[in-house]
Design a protein around this ligand. Structure first.
Ligand code: IPE
Ligand code: IPE
Ligand code: MG
Length: 248
């Protein structure tokens, strides 16, 4: 068991992103419907949010629904949207109490109206939260993000607000929906799948990847701490040599 004592409190990643995967397989193992897996995943969300806040993580981004997830059976999509509304309604008070600010990234306008309303309300209520920002990626994909950024840059160039020669990496980053967040230092993916699934493509350029076989509904504080500990054991070189890193 990874205890808190093993974790170096001076080396906590400021931004952790999570691909919460394996709900369907978890339910199947129990002879249940996929929706049962989604419903059973709320505890994992709660524990992860609590532990991240307790360890001092500043941004926690949860991949809750991808652009491609719209292609799932309509009933499953509907159940996920209902669960989202229900969960936000149920958890807002806890977020408020713990000074956690709720944010959302993605093509939010494509969500059902009641989801959008619930999200907007919760974001407004929690906007003063300064302990941690919980970012829900909803109807999000990395390619969507890069495309909306390109579109908005093109509009600004056309109107003369942006000069093509002024486009730097920092400018591109400002047009992404993650403009005000640091890039994630750590990405956790559950259920053993070794892919990015169109998550934060630009932002993950130098992120440490941590993949666990644990299915998302089984994910607990202990697993989150294991991921943080693994991250703390990594050498982040950013293209340099190991020797250069040792002296800096
Ligand atoms: C993750 O679990 C939840 C969402 C993508 C919304 P899955 O539903 O993808 O579960 P598996 O991967 O089929 O087991
Ligand atoms: C990624 O999981 C999206 C979310 C966790 C929301 P998927 O289950 O949709 O990914 P693939 O299809 O296995 O790559
Ligand atoms: Mg999956």
């Amino acid at each position: 068991m990874t205890g808190k004592a093993e974790i170096d409190t001076h080396k906590i990643p400021s931004h952790v992103a999570v691909i919460m995967d394996g709900n369907g397989r978890w339910a199947k193992q129990r002879g249940g419907l996929r929706v049962f897996g989604h419903q059973s995943a709320i505890t994992a969300v709660r524990e992860t949010v609590e532990e991240a806040a307790e360890l001092g993580v500043r941004y926690l981004t949860l991949y809750a629904f991808s652009t491609e997830n719209w292609n799932r059976p309509a009933l499953e999509v509907m159940a996920l949207m209902q669960l989202l509304v229900h969960t936000i309604r149920q958890e807002t008070a806890t977020l408020l109490k713990n000074s956690i600010r709720l944010e959302a990234i993605g093509d939010i306008s494509t969500l059902p109206a009641n989801c959008q309303r619930e999200l907007a309300e919760a974001m407004e209520l929690t906007k003063a939260g300064n302990r941690m920002t919980l970012v829900l990626a909803l109807s999000y994909s990395g390619r969507w993000d890069l495309t909306q950024a390109a579109k908005r840059m093109a509009v600004d160039v056309a109107s003369g607000q942006l000069q093509p020669t002024d486009v730097t990496e920092a400018v591109v980053a400002r047009y992404l929906v993650t403009a005000n967040m640091p890039d994630p230092e750590l990405l956790i993916r559950t259920s053993g799948e070794q892919r990015i699934s169109n998550f934060l493509l630009w932002q993950l350029a130098y992120t440490e990847l941590y993949i666990t076989d644990v299915l998302w509904p089984d994910f607990r504080k202990q697993h989150f701490r294991e991921a943080i500990l693994a991250y703390q054991g990594r050498e982040r070189r950013f293209g340099k040599t190991s020797e250069q890193i040792a002296v800096s």
